[in-house]
Design a protein. Structure first.
Length: 382
């Protein structure tokens, strides 16, 4: 048998004509290869379309509109004052010979803060003491006289009227001694009052005398601010006057120590409007939490009311758009833009007054990159 020469076209043609099976197999191979190539192209096209959709979807986290109690508050700056600033006055007349405490110094109740010349008071004490001793000597003598007259009366040497006179003189002397002792006690007290003492615990805010000044009785010498209970005056615009009422809670803090909070209540709302700045004054009384001093500035936060079921969302979920403030409501794999009315911002959450319902799911992280009807992919829930 002669071999088929691949280089001879006429021989190849003759061979194929004589072998229909070979022709069929060749045609099937060609069709199968075309089919495989077509299926491969369809799969690649579907994968590309899916990838394009995923790339077009924005990656976000989701949150839920929640209910929580929040406080409706307003804040302002004010000044600390003392509820009472008693004046320490001279209780005896005399010249000031020493001052032991000056402005800004803290004093305790009963502490000596100044000295008045005690010479006149000491003389008064000496004189009253001498008078008591003199009367006591007279009384001793009169008691002896009365005893002798009692014996004479029994023997009939004197009359009853004479005896009664001697007895009356003794009674009068006893009464004089009582009065003299009272005067002496008063003189002792007057001498002790030459030591000027503080009547309260507090801080000296005014000194009204100097060494060498003559202090008449009742003349104010010092003014002391008590710090156990303080008064705070807060200023607010007059348009807000209707929002305040007595008894409302106020939280106070100082710029020097903002983490130290003192709670008080509104005790008075002054009716007069300050003509210089058109403001009203709110008076708050509070216990001193530590080292607050009268005259210092203070920040006051007034709790106007408490909303028990307020709607809140994370702050980053609220986005500013040309239409206003909006949130994006999640519906399947898309979001719908919804305009909202916001209230207070508290602890990273925003109060929503209008526009959402409790329990609705909204876009959180990534909300700033969304638009209405945008496709989304949710990565997590906050």
């Amino acid at each position: 048998m002669s071999k088929l020469s691949v280089n001879n076209p006429s021989q190849r043609y003759d061979t194929l004509k004589k072998s229909p099976l070979v022709i069929a197999m060749a045609l099937a191979g060609c069709l199968g290869l075309a089919s495989i190539q077509g299926c491969s192209n369809d799969t690649q096209s579907a994968d590309m379309e899916s990838t394009k959709v995923e790339l077009a979807a924005s990656l976000i986290t989701a949150s839920t509109v929640k209910n929580r109690a929040i406080e409706d508050t307003v804040s302002s700056m004010g000044q600390i004052t003392s509820i009472s600033t008693p004046k320490i006055s001279a209780e005896v007349a005399g010249r000031i010979i020493a001052i032991y405490k000056d402005i800004g110094k803290t004093v305790a109740k009963g502490e000596i803060i100044a000295k008045i010349d005690p010479q006149l008071a000491r003389l008064g004490q000496t004189a009253t003491q001498a008078n008591v001793k003199r009367l006591e000597a007279i009384l001793t003598n009169q008691e002896s006289i009365l005893k002798r007259n009692q014996q004479l009366l029994e023997k009939g040497f004197i009359s009853n009227s004479r005896f009664d006179d001697v007895e009356a003189q003794l009674i009068a002397t006893k009464e004089q001694i009582v009065q003299a002792k009272a005067n002496h006690q008063s003189a002792v007290e007057q001498l002790s009052k030459t030591d000027v003492r503080s009547s309260v615990d507090g801080q000296i805010i005014k000194r009204l005398i100097s060494i060498g000044d003559y202090a008449s009785r009742g003349k104010p010498l010092f003014e002391i601010s008590t710090s156990q209970k303080l008064q705070v005056v807060l200023l607010f615009p007059e348009a807000m006057s209707s929002k305040f009422k007595q008894g409302q809670t106020v939280r106070l803090s100082t710029p020097t120590n903002p983490n130290e909070i003192a709670a008080g209540q509104i005790t008075e709302i002054l009716s007069a409007i300050d003509a210089s700045n058109r403001s009203i004054r709110i008076v708050v009384e509070v216990e001193n939490p530590g080292h607050w001093k009268p005259g210092a500035s203070v920040r006051g936060e007034v709790v106007l009311n408490v909303k028990e079921q307020a709607l809140v969302v994370p702050a980053q979920a609220v986005v500013l758009r040309p239409a206003g403030q909006v949130v994006y409501i999640i519906e399947d794999n898309f979001v719908k833009q919804r305009i909202v009315v916001t209230g207070q911002t508290i602890d990273g959450h925003v109060e929503i007054l209008e526009g959402v319902n409790s329990g609705e799911r909204i876009a959180n992280d990534g909300a700033g990159f969304l638009a209405d009807n945008a496709r989304i992919r949710i990565q997590g829930v906050n």
